[in-house]
Design a protein around this ligand. Structure first.
Ligand code: SF4
Ligand code: SF4
Length: 305
């Protein structure tokens, strides 16, 4: 019999998370997302291809990377080394050669058993806290075969699973995995179609349709909304959101997550522009106000994950 090895592209496996579902969890971040949200705090997980994070201030000038890069992505100008991202094929050769950790590949290719081995190290914490594993990203559902195999393994081992999704995925992918998921964390951002397109790069029709389907076919869904001041915290969006989620009947829980700037530094490391520098995180008072607005729709609203 031939063993089938399914592999996934993984950005990070984060231990002891308390914001991605119930209890203490291990969160597995998948590479690649169909959305391009301007406030994303995991920009390294957005692209589907391999990328490099770059810390030029760590460089000790040993010249190893200049010697090893055969693609012309490291050059020496007036004795100073320069990294040309446009020329870089993200082959990783210089990452291995550099002892100062100046460049790091963002994603790792991992097998189901490799990821399971990491997850299983923390079984004791899941048992004691009612936690488990959360598959996030990026968009985990965009690697459906790998995700399905992961979910099946977790089910065999009685590990609670949550899948965080942006919802902009083929319905068939959701149908494939739905029976093996204990909890969906379903992200909604903006109810206005054009604004959704402007701030995330895609319209929201598929996302809303997929949520309507999921509600009919899955017993446990929490809707999560990042609160981005000046972008989606206006009366109109909150009221459309409250009405929509309340109309779904079986979704009774809504979690609102305050915008934060924790990922801003990563944009620079990836050579990307961060467009929302002027936005400040909402304070507790503002978040409580929003809770009050959304509770008027009969929903149970919580701040945080
Ligand atoms: S190998 Fe690393 S430390 Fe050496 S020159 Fe290149 S980036 Fe700098
Ligand atoms: S990852 Fe490869 S192509 Fe990119 S700079 Fe390093 S050696 Fe050159």
């Amino acid at each position: 019999m031939v063993a089938i090895t399914v592999e996934g592209k993984i950005v990070n496996i984060m231990k002891y998370s308390i914001h991605d579902g119930p209890g203490i969890r291990t969160t597995v971040f998948f590479k690649g997302c169909p959305l391009n949200c301007q406030w994303c705090h995991n920009p390294e997980s957005q692209g589907f291809g391999q990328e490099l994070m770059y810390w030029p201030d760590r460089c000790i000038g040993c010249g190893q990377c200049l010697e090893i890069c055969s693609n012309g992505a490291v050059i020496s100008t007036a004795g100073k080394l320069e990294y040309l991202r446009d020329q870089c094929l993200a082959c990783g050769a210089c990452c291995k050669a550099c002892h100062a950790g100046v460049r790091e590949l963002v994603a790792k290719t991992m097998s189901v058993s490799e990821v399971m081995a990491e997850i299983e190290k923390d079984l004791i914490f899941y048992d004691e806290s009612g936690g488990g594993v959360t598959f996030s990203g990026g968009e985990a559902v965009m690697q459906p075969v790998f995700l399905l195999e992961m979910l099946k393994e977790c089910r065999k081992k009685e590990i609670h699973t949550a899948v965080e999704t942006c919802g902009y995925v083929n319905l068939e992918f959701l149908q494939m995995i739905s029976d093996y998921v204990d909890l969906f964390l379903y992200d909604l951002k903006l109810m206005d179609r054009q604004k959704h397109q402007d701030f995330t790069g895609v319209p929201n029709v598929l996302i809303l349709d997929n949520l309507r389907w999921l509600v009919e076919h899955h017993p446990r869904i929490i809707v999560r909304v990042p609160i981005i001041p000046g972008i989606n915290d206006d009366e109109e969006n909150l009221s459309q959101l409250g009405n929509f989620v309340a109309s779904l009947k079986r979704v009774t829980e809504l979690h609102i997550l305050p915008y934060h700037k924790a990922g801003v530094d990563k944009y620079q490391r990836l050579g990307l522009a961060y467009l929302l520098s002027d936005i400040q995180s909402p304070d507790n008072e503002r978040m409580e106000q929003i809770v009050g607005q959304l509770e008027q729709f009969g929903l149970k609203v919580k701040i945080g994950g």
